[in-house]
Design a binder for this molecule. Structure first.
Ligand code: HEM
Ligand code: HEM
Length: 183
């Protein structure tokens, strides 16, 4: 894969668009968890639809993003320590896995549970036959990854802030160019 000297504008836009879609998907599903089953059926259904549509849109953008990553590359991770560079690569790899793993598992367990999956109102074709065991297992994987996301993104964001405020290098500024320069 090529090594570039900077992220292209489209890579920056995709990074932050995907971040926003993650936030929308997570807020919708957490909110749904607080809406009572008996009185809030309509709101629960809307929040589920928002969760799924945001997640599927993110899935489409993840393909564009990975294509650009392969074609345009990424700048070198800043820092000299081998463990730091290794863990940054590992974390980025895991974040890519999550971008694909969540929508795929979400799609599989929803259809295996007999629920329709719609993308902004457009009902997707049924690819997975009803299967309660599959539904339960894949749902658990989805929830596991969904909860791990808080930890992974938190660690990723903390590392970026640490680079910016303590190391005072260009790491955060190259994904957020409007940010004031430090040091
Ligand atoms: C950005 C992508 C996504 C993220 C971050 C995400 C994350 C999550 C999280 C954190 C939960 C709650 C887990 C819990 O209660 O512990 C959840 C539940 C759920 N997800 Fe996703 N998800 C994503 C995409 C999708 C997609 C694309 C689908 C369907 C095609 C989907 C279907 C569902 C459903 C139906 C639930 C509710 C499970 C239940 O309580 O019955 N998700 N997701
Ligand atoms: C859903 C949330 C997020 C996901 C999935 C995500 C994913 C990624 C991935 C995969 C990369 C590596 C790009 C590549 O080299 O191909 C990256 C880079 C980066 N992200 Fe995120 N990110 C998220 C949120 C954030 C947040 C909240 C921050 C900062 C507060 C942040 C700051 C950065 C920075 C600074 C880089 C560039 C690292 C470098 O140049 O070495 N990201 N992000």
């Amino acid at each position: 894969m090529p090594q570039s000297t900077a992220y292209q504008k489209s890579q920056l836009v995709l990074h932050w668009l995907i971040f926003i879609l993650f936030v929308v998907a997570l807020v919708a599903i957490e909110w749904r968890g607080n809406v009572p089953n008996e009185t809030g059926k309509q709101l629960r259904d809307t929040l589920r639809a928002v969760h799924i549509s945001a997640g599927l849109l993110m899935f489409i953008l993840a393909f564009v993003r990975i294509e650009e990553r392969i074609r345009l590359g990424a700048p070198r991770i800043l820092g000299d320590a081998k463990w730091q560079i290794g863990s940054a690569h590992l974390l980025h790899f895991l974040l890519y896995l999550v971008m694909f793993g969540l929508p795929i598992t979400g799609f599989i367990f929803s259809q295996a549970g007999g629920r329709e999956v719609a993308f902004f109102g457009w009902v997707l074709p049924v690819l997975i036959a009803k299967d309660q065991v599959l539904r339960n297992n894949v749902r658990e994987v989805h929830e596991l990854i969904g909860n791990a996301v808080y930890f992974l993104v938190g660690l990723h964001a903390l590392a970026a802030l640490w680079h910016h405020y303590f190391v005072k290098d260009e790491t955060l500024r190259r994904i957020l160019p409007f940010l004031a320069k430090r040091g």
